[in-house]
Structures are given as C-alpha cells and as structure tokens.
Design a protein around this ligand. Structure first.
Ligand SMILES: NC(=O)C1=CN([C@@H]2O[C@H](COP(=O)(O)OP(=O)(O)OC[C@H]3O[C@@H](n4cnc5c(N)ncnc54)[C@H](OP(=O)(O)O)[C@@H]3O)[C@@H](O)[C@H]2O)C=CC1
Ligand SMILES: CC(=O)[C@@H](O)[C@H](O)COP(=O)(O)O
Ligand SMILES: [Mn+2]
Length: 399
C-alpha cells in the first residue's frame, strides 16, 4: 500500500515535445507531489538525454530502436535508467508499475496504442493526444469504464469544458441540464489573410500560431482549422454528446477556452492566459489545485473579447471533420489518417497549404464500407486512408 505522503509517480508519453515540456515544467514546480518514473519519445536522443539527467526516470523508451541504442550509449553513466525501444517500450512506459498517472502527449495516431494501454491498466490518464480519441475514442472510453481508469482532458478547450461541468472523484462528469458545449477557435495565423495568397503560405508562416506555442503538426492543424474539427470529434467522444450539441466559435484572443451552455440560460466559461501549463496542472492535481507558473488573466489588460462564427469557405477542414463525424467512426479514423499524411507532406515541402483540405476530401470520398467498431478495424481503416492519401500525393495531382 502506497504511503499517502509519497509523491505520485508520473509516466510521460511524448516527453520531448511541447506537451512534454509544459508537463515537466509543472511537475518540476511540485517535486514534493510528483515524481517522474518513466518517459517516452520517438527519436530525439539529445532532448531525452537532458531529461534523463534532470529527472532520473527508472525507464525511458524511444520508439526508434536506433535512437534507443544511441541513448543507451549516451547515458551509460546513469546506472539507474533502463532504455526500452519500439512499440513494446512505449507500452512499458504507459503501464509502468510505479506510475499512477500517465500523460498522453504523443502526437498523432502513434499515441493510440500506449494511451489505450494506460487506460486498460486503470491508470489516471491525462489526454492531450486528441488523435487517439479521434481514431478510437469510443474504445478508449469503454476501456476506462471497464478498468476504472480516470480520464482527464488536457487539450485546453476540453479541459475548460471539464472545469465548467460538475465532476466529482469516482463519478463520471455530469451532463445534466447541458444544452451545448462551445469550443473556441483562435482562427490561427490566417484568420484575416487574403484568401488569394493562401497558395503561397510557407511552413514557417503556418507554424507561427498567434497565441500558443505548440508542435508543428498541431500548429498546421490550427492554421487549417482541422484542429477544431478534430476537437469537435474529441469532445463528442469524450463527453458523449452528439455533434449538434458541440459548437465552434472564433475567438481570436484565446482567453476564453470553452463554454458550457445550460438549459436555464446560464453560460459558464473557462478563461485564462493561453498557456498549456494551466490545463495540465488542473488535471494533474484534480480535484485539488496547484500553481502552474501562469499569471492570472489580466482582464483590464486584455481589454476586449471578440467572437465570430467560423468562415466555412476559408476553413473547409472544419466542415470535412463534421461530415466525417456524421458518417461514422471509420470516417473519423480515415479523416485523421488522411490529415496526418497531408500535413506531413506540407511540412516536408511537397504539398501546397491550400491543397491540404482537397487531398483529405478526396481520400474520404474514396472510402470503402464503414469498418466494424473494433480496434483492429478502426486502425485498419485509418491505415487505409494513409495509403490512399500517400498514393494520391505520389500521383502528384495536388502540386
Ligand atoms: N502543444 C500543445 O500545446 C498542445 C498539444 N495537443 C496535442 O498533444 C499532442 C502532442 O502535441 P505536441 O506536444 O505539440 O507535439 P510535438 O511535436 O511537440 O511533440 C510530439 C512528441 O511525440 C513524440 N512522438 C512522435 N512520434 C512518435 C512515435 N511514433 N512514437 C512515440 N513518440 C512519438 C515526439 O518524440 P520526438 O521528439 O523524439 O520526435 C515528441 O515527444 C498532439 O496530439 C496535439 O494535438 C493538444 C493541445 C495543445
Ligand atoms: C492549446 C490548444 O488546446 C490548442 O489545441 C489550441 O486550441 C490551438 O488553437 P486554435 O484555436 O487555433 O486551434
Ligand atoms: Mn485545443
């Protein structure tokens, strides 16, 4: 039996990324409460070496076996850190015996298997990895019901919703009296850009989010507003509401992250400076509160809060995501696969920014029959979409 005063063991998936850095910043402020026991990444050996030296985890895992071998050499002087590799290594981090809390911070569907492993192992799981919910959200939620895992959203909007909904330890979030969930969208770097120039968008421009500092893939998703499409799906899966009860409103300042509208006319909003340490600290400590290193919102300094309806012409990815949500779970899995491939190709320099939506639409239009609602079938469908999109890009019609 664990001593009540003992720090909570943390396993952090995606430790070398943006969510990883924000999580470790919060954890480092509270080493009396939290202890890093396991970390994972893909192949950034130098970053992982720094984390090993600073946090001395018992286990680290690199998905890439060459990176794992290099890391073993680099930290051979640290006798107390084991290095695992491949998919088994990610699962070992996700289910580490000394970790009561797991942070799912891997980018993309690559994070699904370790996230699900943590849920099946009954851990408290803080989910940033929205793609895992988009591809297999119903299976993750069902697994949590079976294992007793407590799932807490740390995507800022979903954490904002969570904070505006009544929730008590040991009980599911209550949706009693809820009419609508509202997610805010910043509009990204191209909210006001002349549409005629979107064909010239550079990778640097697309990754320069006006309010948030994030990894490259989610930054591009914010620019196309696919991020909000993925988040609508994420909200439906996580909170169990139909699509027509999840709305998006453009709010360029990113001070209001989400709102819950109740039957009695009340609208509750969660606000704060755009800094991921707040939702991470909220979920780490829930139902308590800990300092996150984030200043409270200066309302007078903020001055004004603007809201507008999303522009469907400028942001076709939002409608694509809504259509996929309507079409079924296979369609949302395929949407994710197509988007990951298209965004990677844009980041590689092989696809124009303004062609991303068309590439995804073409893949969705070619989709075979809706798959069964099993993990294998959904992953198979997502992988079909990746192959289909890759082939379509190779045919070169989108250049
Ligand atoms: N950044 C943010 O503020 C927010 C992020 N999110 C979500 O959180 C997730 C992470 O985003 P972000 O931190 O920005 O992304 P980053 O690109 O900054 O970091 C990604 C992390 O995932 C690891 N990774 C990538 N591929 C694999 C793989 N195949 N196996 C194991 N690990 C892998 C990377 O390792 P390596 O460094 O070795 O490549 C890195 O640690 C995404 O799903 C995103 O949508 C949600 C809300 C806000
Ligand atoms: C910080 C976070 O949660 C991101 O998902 C953020 O919402 C991106 O901003 P957009 O509103 O521009 O998508
Ligand atoms: Mn978000």
């Amino acid at each position: 039996m664990m001593d009540a005063a003992e720090p909570t063991g943390i396993a952090l998936l995606g430790a070398t990324g943006s969510i990883g850095a924000s999580s470790l910043d919060v954890i480092a402020r509270h080493m009396d409460r939290y202890r890093v026991v396991a970390l994972s990444a893909h192949r950034d050996v130098a970053a992982m070496e720094r984390l090993c030296r600073r946090f001395r985890p018992a286990l680290v895992a690199m998905a890439d076996p060459h990176a794992a071998a290099a890391l073993r050499r680099q930290i051979s002087d640290l006798g107390d850190t084991a290095v695992a590799e491949g998919a088994a290594g990610q699962a070992a981090v996700a289910t580490h015996a000394e970790a009561q809390t797991v942070i799912a911070g891997i980018v993309g569907a690559a994070g699904l298997a370790p996230c699900l492993a943590a849920v099946e192992a009954g851990r408290r799981v803080l989910i940033a990895n929205k793609e895992a919910l988009v591809v297999a959200g119903s299976l993750i939620m069902n697994a949590a019901r079976r294992s007793g895992a407590v799932l807490l959203p740390i995507d800022s909007e979903h954490n904002g919703l969570f904070q505006c909904l009544p929730a008590r330890p040991g009980q599911p979030v209550s949706l009693a009296g809820v009419e609508r969930l509202v997610l805010t969208a910043s509009g990204g770097p191209f909210r006001d850009r002349d549409p005629a120039t979107l064909s010239e968008v550079t990778v640097a421009e697309a990754c320069a989010h006006p309010n948030w500092s994030m990894g490259r893939k989610i930054s591009v998703d914010s620019a196309t507003m696919m991020n909000k499409g993925l988040e609508v799906i994420e909200a439906c899966r996580f909170f169990g509401l139909p699509a027509d009860q999840v709305e998006v409103v453009v709010h360029p300042q990113s001070y209001v992250h989400a709102l819950v509208q109740y039957r009695d006319g009340s609208t509750l909003a969660q606000m704060g400076n755009p800094d991921m340490r707040t939702p991470i600290a909220n979920a780490l400590a829930w139902p308590e509160r800990v300092a996150a290193g984030v200043a409270p919102l200066d309302l007078v300094g903020a001055g004004r809060l603007d809201f507008a309806a999303p522009d469907d012409q400028r942001f076709p990815c939002l409608a694509l995501a809504r259509a996929a949500l309507k079409a079924g779970r296979g369609a949302t899995a395929a949407l994710n696969g197509a988007n990951e491939v298209a965004v990677a190709e844009f980041l590689r320099g092989g696809l124009r920014y303004d062609r991303i939506a068309g590439v995804i639409e073409e893949t969705l239009a070619a989709r075979p029959a809706e798959p069964d609602d099993t993990l294998e079938a959904l992953i198979g469908h997502e992988q079909w979409a990746r192959r289909q999109t890759t082939e379509s890009l190779q045919r070169g019609r989108h250049r």
